[in-house]
Write a protein that binds this ligand. Structure first.
Ligand code: 3H9
Length: 697
């Protein structure tokens, strides 16, 4: 059956798009839309046209999957122009989300009606694109350049009521009346002639609007190409005619579409949707309740997790072993709520409701009826095992027992209970209420039901849950070890902390490894290393970090670490003492210091990640490379526009990566730089990491 159909009712042609799941504008939909518009305009019995969609949403945009292939006609800008050229009133009837090319289709219509719950936006920027079907030329003509800039640069959709206030839609109606309202509206416009946005002019703007916008967004959009091109397009809408503006928009759109940045961002989009497809888990896998949560531990992590659960509507019992600690935890949670209110993220009522669902206890006996327990106590295996033994004794049957360990063996923790099938790792990232990543660590005996529930919980907490296997550090922290190791070696070989951080942030990392170490606390990794017995016996290994901790330089919390911090400041300042400590250590270890180029810093740190990522795939800890990318883009500040470490490796070409790794092996030794077999195999076959997929999905 055709994805676009036409139905006639009382002189109105109702064109319906039916292309699940989100009515994306595939070639067939574009073709069908054009055909139906032609048919309706050619039919003398038709006086007006309505475009509407079935399913859960209006058109959510161009079909992004087609962007990797040569475009096939009819092109969207031509379809939109064809709609606008109609000599009968055309009305868009929008529900769900009218996004990207979907909103551009609506802007080609002469009028727009939105269901009250609808949201409208141009999110192309988040895919490294700009609206490429005349959105940058029509939107400013309709709602003014300033608002258009704001909508297109932020990519954030606006609610129907806001769209009405902006003049973006002509009427809003109850969701169940959309079709009838749109038909009525179309009929009411018969005889008025079409109202074409392309024939309008943009209202006057402040003369410095565009320069001010460029300056305002520069820091946030550092290194990204589409924001500047968006500003250029909107600026053109105020300077040149519609056709000329559209021509420029098309050129800039294609430039963005063909860029590595958009390729990386599109990869990130699909990778985040692939994570929920997990072998053994389907729609029929039952999901347990997670309404009653107990959180063990009242420190920063425990309080962050508790706050996260409260804002998701759960009741939370906070358990800690002393009243003073509990009080501190409850105060932290209250402060998080207050911060949310100040930033306009939550209302006073929601705060009162959330705080009302929090209770505290020092008694394990009080958490027996919890659906889910999340343990966030000290990162020590013996302590965690003890805690799980107690949980096993008090928790109701079917309760999910989760550990927030960031490195430890989930099976060993599960082994402390008589119900390992109910035990899972839920690795939150700090700050827990902000970071979107949740590593879901499946133990050897964790049941599919518990995994499915954890994936559902991630959604409930507005996080991205990635299911990973059990090993030291799972995916994220296991890879971090290699990255950190190279940072440490580079320090000893001649690079200053700020030089390494600068090279990596210029490359796109959100922060450099030395600033991150200070933020997280150098003592945290130190304690973990102290517990490990399997670390390389190389005196250079994490030597600088260890020395810092042994001298009480823990990072921001002690005012000094790899950098100095002024009282109450989080701004890192290079510290000459750190440099002399490193210089001394290099001399002691007989390492000749040298100048190191940013390129070497980037390659050693990033290829260190990639090689460990390859081993993680080989070991089955991640079942597809895109899951690793999601972990790194959402948990470790890896630049999203590079897609993630594994996608980045694909874009470099695995043969070139393999060659470089071999070069490092020859220069720095086999202990750290032996190329993983999988990298060699794929490179030999001229394949990508994405060709190695064990997810069975
Ligand atoms: C554009 O329009 C360019 C134009 O300006 C110019 C052109 C010339 N294409 O997110 P969900 C799939 S750029 C293809 O889980 P939700 C998605 O992969 C586009 N597929 O659902 C998933 O597939 P699967 C601008 C798409 O309810 C399934 O649909 N538009 C597209 O949580 C369900 O997705 C955007 O950037 C697409 N455009 O959220 C909007 N969109 O089941 C992008 C989704 O196989 N989309 N899929 O994994 C979204 O933001 C969300 O999907 C939406 C629904 C809010 C619509």
């Amino acid at each position: 059956m055709s994805q676009v159909s036409i139905e006639r009712r009382d002189g109105v042609a109702i064109i319906t798009i039916d292309n699940p799941p989100v009515n994306a504008l595939s070639q067939a939909v574009r073709e069908g839309l054009k055909r139906c518009i032609d048919e309706a305009t050619d039919d003398d019995a038709i006086a007006a046209i309505v475009i509407i969609c079935t399913g859960r949403t209006f058109i959510a945009g161009a079909d992004i999957r087609e962007f990797g292939r040569p475009p096939e006609p009819p092109h969207l800008p031509d379809v939109v122009a064809r709609i606008e050229a109609a000599d009968k009133p055309v009305v868009a009837a929008m529900h769900g989300t009218a996004l990207g090319g979907g909103l551009e289709v609506a802007l080609g219509c002469h009028y727009r009606i939105a269901a009250r719950s609808a949201k409208l936006g141009l999110p192309e920027v988040s895919l490294g694109l700009l609206p490429g079907a005349s959105g940058t030329q029509r939107l400013p003509r309709l709602i003014g350049a300033e608002r258009a800039l704001d909508m297109i640069l932020s990519g954030k959709p606006v609610k129907a009521q806001v769209a009405l206030d902006y003049g973006l839609v002509d009427q809003i109606c109850d969701d169940d009346k959309l079709r009838d309202t749109a038909i009525e509206f179309a009929v009411s416009q018969v005889g008025n002639g079409p109202r074409r946005i392309s024939e309008m002019t943009v209202a006057d703007v402040e003369p410095d609007l565009f320069e001010k916008t460029r300056t305002a967004i520069a820091r946030k959009t550092r290194g990204l190409m589409s924001p500047e091109r968006i500003i250029r397009c909107v600026e053109l809408s105020t300077q040149v005619g519609f056709d000329e503006g559209c021509k420029a928009e098309r050129e800039l759109f294609l430039e963005c579409k063909n860029s590595a940045q958009s390729d990386g961002l599109r990869h990130a989009f699909f990778a985040e949707r692939a994570v929920s497809k997990v072998s053994g888990i389907g729609k029929d896998t039952s999901v347990r309740a997670t309404d009653k949560v107990a959180v063990l531990g009242a420190g920063t992590m425990g309080a962050g997790i508790a706050y996260n659960c409260l804002t998701a509507g759960c009741t939370v019992h906070l358990l800690y072993n002393d009243e003073a600690g509990l009080k501190r935890g409850a105060t932290t949670i209250r402060k998080l709520f207050e911060g949310g209110v100040t930033r306009g993220k939550i209302s006073e009522e929601d705060m009162a409701d959330g705080v009302g669902r929090l209770s505290t206890t020092t008694d394990y006996g009080d958490i027996g009826d919890a659906d889910l327990v999340i343990e966030a106590v000290f990162e020590n295996l013996a302590i965690k095992k003890e805690v799980f033994e107690k949980l096993d004794a008090v928790c109701k049957a079917g309760a999910i027992l989760a550990t927030n360990t960031s490195t430890l063996d989930v099976d060993a923790i599960a082994g402390a209970t008589k119900r390992p099938q109910d035990v899972i790792g839920l690795h939150f990232f700090s700050p827990a209420h902000i970071m979107r990543l949740l590593e879901i660590v499946r133990g050897a005996e964790t049941s599919n039901e518990v995994i499915a529930t954890s994936l559902a919980l991630a959604k409930r907490l507005r996080k991205i849950g990635v299911v990973v296997g059990n090993c030291f550090g799972f995916v994220g922290n296991r890879m971090l070890y290699n990255y950190g190791r190279e940072n440490q070696f580079l320090l000893l070989e001649g690079a200053a902390p700020e030089q390494i951080d600068q090279a990596l942030t210029d490359w796109g990392m959100a922060m450099g490894p030395n600033a991150v170490g200070d933020l997280a606390g150098l003592d945290v990794g130190y304690k973990v290393r102290q517990e490990r017995t399997d670390l390389p016996n190389d005196p250079r290994f994490y030597r600088i970090a260890d020395l810092h901790v042994e001298q009480g330089r823990f990072g921001q919390k002690t005012g000094k670490g790899m950098y100095l911090y002024a009282e109450g400041s989080r701004v890192p300042t290079p510290d000459p003492e750190v440099q002399s400590l490193i210089d001394n250590e290099s001399a002691k270890l007989g390492i000749a210091r040298r100048d190191i180029e940013p390129q070497e810093i980037i390659e050693r740190c990033i290829y260190g990640l990639i090689t460990e990522g390859a081993r993680i795939l080989e070991d089955g800890i991640a079942t597809r490379s895109s899951d690793i990318d999601v972990v790194w883009t959402n948990g470790y500040g890896f630049p999203r526009h590079r897609g993630g470490p594994m996608h980045f490796a694909n874009t470099v070409g695995l043969a070139a990566v393999y060659e470089k790794v071999c070069e490092f092996r020859d220069r720095f030794g086999t202990e750290f730089w032996e190329a993983p077999g999988l990298l060699k195999d794929l490179a030999d076959k001229n394949q990508r990491f994405s060709d190695f997929d064990k997810s069975n999905k």
